[in-house]
Each structure stands twice: as structure tokens, then as C-alpha cells.
Design a protein around this ligand. Structure first.
Ligand SMILES: *Cc1c(COP(=O)(O)O)cnc(C)c1O
Length: 383
């Protein structure tokens, strides 16, 4: 079986994990801070905060930006459910901005129209969760200009985009957003098993995130409300969560970060190869992009294809090719339908989903394996 994605683990990674297991601290030790420094240095941002998952990070990002009951958060319907759920955890409502079918990213035009409507209707969102679908970076400059005009905060859900570049700087630099959130799930650019991290240039926001990931508790003398407290004193100053990463995970993350650029370069080569070798088939290919992190290679069947998406999916799976579909539009999930969303609400997203298929792409995919994927796909689609 060739999976659609998988982790790339080597002996250095294993050694890094083992050395933490032999050390004094398997959690809340020195590896977390070091991992955070590595991420901040890579992204060129002042602060990085490691957490237990990207989902936890998105939740904390919303909380730290003050999202609460009565607020609304907007995101793209073509994403993993976590991009929207983070608002619901805070008691806020969710809205969606339809996508640009060429890229799968949210449509700038749809965003502009919806913001103008919301401004007139006094229904502006508190924050926008921008998703860099498949690792292709959204036009953050334009998005930031539109949002700034209406005082909408920006969270980048960069679960797909660690290692991608925008205007010469790494995603995570926060040049056009308040906070960026990464995932270290095994299918993402680098892995810690489960894990996530946030980056921000705002020291107060970073302080809040650190406190919220550990129950809302602080021991920092400069933050305590008590005067002249005893040595054991700590204060829970707000309702936080237990969203910490372990040192075991952080050590794996540090080791993986050394290989990030190599992993992304490999993904880019394989994506270029698909781009060349899949020409001429009844497929819409994702536009070439040398700055994308190429988390996914999501093709779409055209009207000319003689096989349906379901039959193609089943046929490839039977042939041992682990294809997948990204994503069932979030607003069509039963939970969101019960909130009032329905088919037809975001037609571009729905059409995109109907025809989409993600084919294998990960650093360990060899050209020989990729050729097998291309062969199987071509023969099924032209049969
Ligand atoms: C993977 C993913 C997440 C969730 O990441 P976890 O680390 O598993 O919580 C969120 N958003 C997007 C777009 C993702 O692909």
C-alpha cells in the first residue's frame, strides 16, 4: 500500500526521543523551550508556543484574541473541521467564505463582498481563520488589508504550510496576521506524533497563550497578584486548559525541524513531477507553486473524465494507492447543518469537493512509487 501521506522518521529522531526518555524530565523539561526557539528562529518570529495539537492551538488563539459568546469567526469551508470548531469551543458563531476553485483557498473576492455586507449589517467577525490549503499560501497582503479596514483579527491555520514561503519570508512570520498555528500530526511537514505550535510577534499574546495552555496558571513573579508570596505560590488567573506538549514530543520535533527544508524540497520536486506527468489527462491540476509547502497534491476530475470520483477512489484503493479526499465542506457536516448551514450555501467549495482527490505526496515517496501512482491513475481514468 502506498499511503497518501506518512511520517519520515530516521535514527536521529529515534535517538533524540530515547535521550529524553533517559533524562530527568520527560515533560515540562528543557526540550519544549528549545523546540520553541527552533520554530521561532525558523519562522523569523519573536515568540513560539508549543501545544498538544494544532486544534488546541486554534482554540487558544481564538481565546487569546478575545473570541467569545456573541462573536463570529469566519473560515474556509474547504478545511479540516478544527478550523471552524475553535470558534465553537469559545461559544462563538461560525461563518464561511467561499473558495477560489483554482487554488482551494478562500476567495479574496468573496471575502471582500462578505466583509462589505457584514459591515453594513453590523455582523463583522471578530477573527478570520485563514487556511493555506495544501500548503499554498493565501494572498495574505490583500487579506490583511481587507481585514484591517474592518478591525478583524487574523489567525493563520498553517497546518499545511510549515516550510512554505510568502513574499520571501517563511509562513509563521506573522507579517500579516496576529498569530499562526501549525500542526505536527504525522502527515504534516514535520511531526511530533501529535502536537502543534503557535507563533506571534505580540509578547502579551504569547504570555496569554503560555498561561492558557497550562490551566491559566502562572508562577512568574512579575505576573502574580499576590504581594510577597511564599515559594510554593502559584496563581490561576483565568480558566485555561491542559494543552501542553511533552519533552518526548518536543525532542522529536527539534530533530525533525533539522530536516524540514529537505522534506519540503522533496515534496516540491514530486509535485513538479506530477505536474509534468499528469498533463493531458482529464484532470484539473493544482497550479504550479515553487513556494508552497505541498502538503497535499489534490487533483480534480474534469467533466470529460469517463470515471466518477467514487469509482476512481475505489479503484485506486483496490490497486493499493492510498488516495484521500480533502475536504468534505465543513458546513455540510451534520453538526454544522444543525446550526443552519445547507447544501448550496458555498457552491464553489461544494463543487470543488465533488471532484477532488488527493494522491500520494510525502518526502519518502520514491519516483518509482510515484510512477506506480501515475500509471494506475492514468489507466483507470482513460479506461
Ligand atoms: C491537521 C489539521 C488541523 C488539526 O491539526 P491537529 O494537530 O491534528 O490538531 C487543523 N487544520 C488543518 C487545516 C489541518 O489540516
Amino acid at each position: 500500500m502506498i499511503p497518501y501521506s506518512r511520517q519520515q522518521i530516521d535514527e536521529d529522531d529515534i535517538g533524540a526521543v530515547v535521550s529524553v526518555l533517559r533524562s530527568d524530565y520527560i515533560t515540562q523539561g528543557p526540550a519544549i523551550a528549545k523546540f520553541e526557539q527552533v520554530i521561532a528562529a525558523y519562522c523569523g518570529t519573536r515568540h513560539a508556543v508549543a501545544v498538544s495539537s494544532c486544534t488546541a492551538g486554534l482554540h487558544l488563539a481564538c481565546l487569546a484574541l478575545g473570541v467569545g459568546p456573541g462573536d463570529t469567526v469566519w473560515t474556509s469551508p474547504i478545511s479540516f473541521v478544527a478550523s471552524a470548531n475553535c470558534a465553537r469551543y469559545c461559544g462563538a458563531g461560525v461563518g464561511f467564505v467561499d473558495i477560489d476553485p483554482d487554488t482551494g483557498n478562500l476567495s479574496l473576492q468573496a471575502l471582500e463582498v462578505k466583509l462589505a455586507w457584514a459591515a453594513a449589517a453590523n455582523a463583522l467577525p471578530k477573527a478570520l481563520v485563514v487556511v493555506h490549503f495544501a500548503g499554498r499560501v493565501c494572498d495574505m497582503g490583500t487579506i490583511a488589508a481587507l481585514c484591517r479596514r474592518h478591525n478583524v483579527r487574523i489567525i493563520e491555520d498553517a497546518a499545511h504550510a510549515l516550510g512554505a514561503i510568502y513574499q520571501g519570508r517563511p509562513v509563521g512570520a506573522c507579517s500579516f496576521s496576529d498569530v499562526v498555528v501549525f500542526s505536527f500530526h504525522p502527515v504534516k511537514s514535520v511531526t511530533t506524533g501529535e502536537g502543534g505550535a503557535l507563533t506571534t510577534n505580540d509578547p502579551a499574546l504569547a504570555e496569554t497563550l503560555v498561561m492558557l495552555r497550562t490551566h491559566g496558571i502562572t508562577r512568574k513573579p512579575e505576573l502574580l497578584e499576590a504581594k510577597d508570596p511564599p515559594g510554593w505560590h502559584y496563581e490561576m488567573q483565568q480558566l485555561g486548559y491542559h494543552y501542553r506538549m511533552t519533552d518526548i514530543q518536543a525532542a522529536l520535533g527539534i530533530s525533525q525541524m533539522h530536516k524540514l527544508d529537505r522534506f519540503v524540497a522533496q515534496r516540491r520536486l514530486l509535485a513538479e513531477r506530477y505536474h509534468t506527468m499528469l498533463q493531458g489527462l482529464p484532470l484539473l491540476l493544482p497550479p504550479a507553486d515553487p513556494e508552497s509547502a505541498w502538503h497535499l497534491y489534490a487533483v480534480r476530475l474534469t467533466e470529460e473524465a469517463r470515471i466518477g470520483r467514487r469509482a476512481l477512489y475505489d479503484g485506486l484503493r483496490r490497486a493499493g494507492i492510498g488516495v484521500n479526499v480533502h475536504y468534505i465542506p465543513i458546513h455540510l457536516q451534520p453538526y454544522y447543518r444543525r446550526l443552519g448551514f445547507k447544501p448550496g450555501d458555498f457552491p464553489q467549495a461544494e463543487r470543488f469537493y465533488e471532484r477532488a482527490l488527493s494522491i500520494p505526496l510525502y518526502p519518502g515517496l520514491t519516483e518509482e512509487m510515484q510512477d506506480v501512482v501515475i500509471q494506475s491513475l492514468s489507466s483507470l481514468i482513460t479506461a
